[in-house]
Ligand binder design. Sequence first.
Ligand code: UDP
Length: 403
Amino acid sequence: MIGSYGGISPRGDLLLLRKLADHLAGKTFLHVNSTREGGGVAEILQRMIPIMSSLGINTRWDVITGDQRFFDMTKKVHNALQGYTESIDDRMWEHHLEINEKNAALLDLDADAVLIHDPQPVPLVTFRKEGVWIWRCHIDVSNPQRDVFSRIGNYATKFDAAIYSVARFAGAMGINEFIIPPSIDPLSEKNRQLSDEEINDTALKLGIPQDRPVILQVSRFDRFKDPTGVIMAYRMVKKYNDCVLVLAGSPATDDPEGAGVLEEVRQFASDDPDIHILLLPPFSDKDINALQTMASVILQKSLKEGFGLTVAEGMWKAKPVIGGAAGGIPLQIVHGVTGFLVHSIEGCAFRIRQLLNNTEMAVHMGEQAREFVRQNFLITRQVRDYLAVWYTLLEKKKSLVEL
Ligand code: UDP
């Protein structure tokens, strides 16, 4: 399987990946998160499990279950870690722990390495067994609500290491901290090259006109993704450039706020026939791919963002992406080279018009964007980094790490 990435992923990444896998083959690796569908974490795990398994590592992916109260609480934790003010009382924290205790009893937590994704399953560490335990934080914790961060931090210190997407997020928790940005899979249905026919099929099916430029944002319906800001920017552009706006999203089972935000967005869009709000079923990967490929400009106008896989996905389609200057987005968008970073709705509108009016510049930026993703944000690099962290933790008493 890893051979299929030859000629796409950087050669050095593949070499190191194979070396590390030689050392770790036969061992067991367990990923735990809170949803199989919707959002970037599930997106990566779906692709990563088969790759790790094909390297000879016995890899499993388990998902914790919980009730409505649990997911309402964990969404509050998510919002608070990204800087909103939320009130979470002791009873809620107890429920968080209780649900995790129930999951711990049901799951097989025996593994040589356990990677816990995000805050929902973080209390599982209380019930840890043998093996290396690592917490993977995908959230933008650049300016968290302090009391909530310290509650999560209390659990985090029980791990052997924590991994963040951006150096600025590291929390000085007194454990090993590693910086590993996420990645996309160039061979997935979401990112493979589509034929013109496949793209037209999606346009027809979803009713997207192809006679005018398409401006696209693909995101869960979440306020941090600023969907209403996107509509405002589009309205400014629309006065001068005829275009179509597509907002595509799908529900995530661990995000109870999505339906409410979608309703707000629908009302805000009013009855503009050129705003297409699409609620796609889970695993609409080919349609998302087609939308990204047909778009003239891709937006990710997030106000907070752990990384923003949609940015790398758009760049991989050789599109200039306009992104909010938040969280992991500036890692991907080199301003003026691979896209544009923006700080306001007006700035976003200005950059959309600049790209629509300068097709040659847009094409050139798109080519640079794709190459930047190839060098930095493909899944082979991320698997390499996870294995390197695991290997380093296993070898921690050695002053010489031999690869
Ligand atoms: N996504 C999708 N369908 C949708 C909306 C999003 O498949 O309707 C995917 C998107 O292509 C990306 C992931 O969900 O792969 C979102 O990851 P990102 O890091 O951008 O944001 P998150 O949802 O994790 O905050």
